[in-house]
Write a protein that binds this ligand. Structure first.
Ligand code: HAM
Length: 416
């Protein structure tokens, strides 16, 4: 026997039973985000490597270690998208969308690729539901994004949700603060972990994220960016918070909140769920006012978020999503009735009914059992000289002309 081939590590198959819950998440997104004026966008699964190197940031783990990068037949360096924000900004610039009324708002439900250590809630191909609002610096947009995300998590049934909120200020504020933090870290270099020490120049903010006890001790006394915001940034952040307070949304201010992407400026947020283990981050996002310019477009403020589908579903637990109801199951009593039964099911679907026909050659008894398993509302048993229509709820049945099966089911469905 040939060796069996398995799905690559860190990937999974979405089987029909799992698909129903994912469909429900997508439907919630369409309702909530579509209703708020966000339009669906899809971008290619791969992009020029340069987009992520510039967009996500050369010093991030994503760019340094996690990208699926390859050369295509024409010698171009391409990368499977590790996230959606940079590609959407690329599309915004490429299609000249700064000419449209601003902000232009998008939502997406797509898969992304990161070469990470696979574990529960962490995959190498994973799905995100995200939204981006491009072209407005108004704090109303930040607050709207956060509130829409909270509503989505609630609609999906994500349990034990916590929101952490911070502000990073603008790039200039951060540059000054960065120097202050670097000087502080250098003064305490001997107590820091090697990894943090090596990153003082490249990414000193990540020191707040470290698990190393010595580093954590040092970080307790570190200067905080939130205390260094310019007046304008502090005002912007206060406005976002006031809107969230008005909406009665609970959050924790977390001045040490760090996210693994370099494009953020000003508002930064993350939703975690205590129902999850180590990978507790369910969703995150923030403002990224400098990104579009960095990608060669006009200076354009923007804000957005993404939620991990796998983590949302894990944190929602097993609340079952109803399977697609079956209106009509068409069984046949004789071999000669197979074709007419097949035809009735087809016609019924055209008439808008969810209809199935026996496909496995079961005995009549087996067919009725299968109809029961599917929870079919009506069963038509087609024979050589007519049909019998059975109402599975009341148990009543009557002999009918085969041509009358569909109108009868339609009429009764309507009167239910
Ligand atoms: P991110 O925090 O890298 O942000 O990812 C968002 C969410 O995707 C995470 O909270 C997590 O639920 C999920 N996620 C990330 N990596 C994995 C993985 N390996 N396996 C399973 N789930 C994962 C972004 O990607 C930004 N683009 C979000 C954003 C949009 N910011 C502004 N706009």
């Amino acid at each position: 026997m040939s060796p069996r081939i398995q799905a690559p590590r860190g990937t999974y198959d979405v089987l029909p039973d799992d698909a129903a819950r994912r469909d429900a998440v997508e439907a919630a997104a369409r309702r909530i985000l579509g209703g708020a004026g966000y339009g669906r966008i899809e971008t290619p699964a791969f992009e020029a490597t340069e987009l992520f190197a510039r967009g996500v940031g050369a010093s991030t783990d994503i760019v340094q270690k996690e990208m699926y990068t390859f050369e295509d037949g024409g010698g171009r360096s391409l990368t499977l998208r590790p996230e959606g924000t940079a590609p959407i900004c690329r599309a915004y610039v490429e299609h000249g969308m700064s000419r449209l009324p601003q902000p232009v708002r998008f939502w997406y439900f797509e898969s992304f690729f990161r070469y990470e250590r696979a574990q529960a809630g962490r995959y190498r191909q994973f799905w995100q539901l995200g939204a981006e609002a491009i072209g407005s610096a108004d704090p109303l947009v930040d607050a709207e994004c956060i509130l829409l995300l909270a509503e989505l998590l609630d609609a999906v049934g994500v349990r034990e949700v916590r929101l952490r909120l911070s502000s990073l200020g603008t790039a200039e504020t951060r540059a000054v603060y960065r120097e202050e933090l670097q000087a502080y870290l250098r003064r305490h270099e001997d107590q820091l972990s090697e990894e943090v020490r090596n990153r003082i120049d490249l990414n000193p903010l990540r020191a707040f994220d470290a698990d190393h006890p010595g580093t954590r001790e040092v970080m307790r006394g570190a200067p905080l960016l939130l205390d260094r915001l310019s007046d304008e940034d502090a005002e912007h952040f206060a406005a976002v918070r006031a809107l969230l307070d008005d909406a009665d949304l609970q959050y924790e201010l977390d001045p040490t909140l760090v996210r693994g992407l370099d494009y953020y400026a000003r508002t930064l947020f993350e939703f975690t769920s205590d129902a999850l283990g180590a990978q507790s981050g369910v969703a995150g996002g923030g403002r990224y006012d400098g990104l579009i310019e960095q990608l060669g477009g006009p200076a354009t403020p923007a804000v957005g978020f993404a939620a991990g589908i796998e983590r949302m579903l894990l944190a929602a637990g097993e609340h079952p999503v109803a399977a697609m109801p079956v209106d009509l199951y068409v069984a046949y009593a004789t071999d000669g009735a197979r074709h007419p039964a097949f035809g009735i099911a087809r016609e019924a679907r055209r008439a808008g009914l969810a209809a199935q026909v026996e496909l496995a050659g079961r005995s009549l008894k087996g067919q009725l059992r299968q109809a029961g398993r599917l929870g079919a509302r009506f069963v038509a048993i087609v024979g050589d000289d007519g049909a019998t229509l059975r109402d599975m709820e009341s148990g009543e049945q009557e002999d009918v002309e085969p041509g009358r099966v569909i109108p009868l089911v339609l009429r009764r469905e309507k009167s239910l």
